[in-house]
Write a protein that binds this ligand. Sequence first.
Ligand code: ZN
Length: 385
Amino acid sequence: MKTEALYDKDPFAKNFVSRVISCEEVKEGDSKLFKVTLASTLFFPEQGGQSSDIGTLDNTEVVDVQIEDGIIYHYCTSGFLVGEMVQGDIDWEHRFNNMQQHTGEHIFTGIAHNIYGAENVGFHLSDNTVTLDLDIELDEEQVRELEYKANLVIAKDVTVRAYYPQESVLETLDYRSKKEIDGDVRIVEIEGTDMCACCAPHVRTTGQVGLLKVVSFGKYKGGTRIAILCGLRALADYNRRMDILQTTYQSLNCKEEEIPEKVQGLLDDKKQLEYSISEIKAKGLMEQIEKFPEDIIDVTIFTEDVDAKNMRDGVNALVEKHSGLCAIFSGDDEEGYNFVIGSSTRDCAAITTGLRELLGAKGGGSKQMAQGSVMATRNEIERVL
Ligand SMILES: [Zn+2]
């Protein structure tokens, strides 16, 4: 026997009393739950992309609600006797929040359908996200226009009505539908804006949606995926973003509107500092190079944070004074080393091949100069050289 769906008739009802039809213990991973069916219920099951209502049956938690062939299954943390009467209370905050999001989605998609002929090819409403997929590509200007028009419909506070028209009437209606539906078709009509086949509970007037904000959008499977937030969720998101902004301008010690300029200034300063540091390092490296007595044939220097250009300059300076292998390794034992080697008498390409074969180094070059990187410790490198 199909469960009577009370949410269908009164989306604003918060509690109900019904008779237990069946109760079966089920395993859900490590925990056990009870799968309960009732004669009637206010709990909206997961369907059409929307997650289920939550709440309680007597003092038992309802953690999930599913529907199969018209029978609604409540997954509860404890069980009931068949035939007993139970009181159900849905988590109203959760439900109302979902109704705001879902009605907002109808308004947005309805307008996209009216203006661009877009069809909704996907919808996802969970506790964290609301996304809708349209089958056409939209650019930023178009998305902002739809967002603005959706908020005009919200401000107009027009009626949202859900009903089952007779088949003869249904045939005359021009409504959006994701697929052919068996049995009675429930129409959700937003006065003057949209008509859509949908089984979910909705708010009574568009004003109850409060606000619709597009938070992101992008190309998706040849169309557009749009993430929206409505009503209280939009408010919570606004507050979250304000907190981020506030923390940022307080730590930057500036006004909110000065943040972009301030951040750009910091990035420029960082670049300048990095340049200065690299100049100092290069100078230090050159001083180190000058200190090596000319009679030393092979010179290998291990250093840190010297860039490739300064390493090449360093090796060129070494090669002028020393006839053997001149090498600079920059890095540390944990992260590995970048290296440049040069020589007027020895084959640097061959030495790099040796480093590659023995230590898995990457890189290459000519007989006179080679460069690369190696994931090895200083000891291992010195042994190979
Ligand atoms: Zn819907």
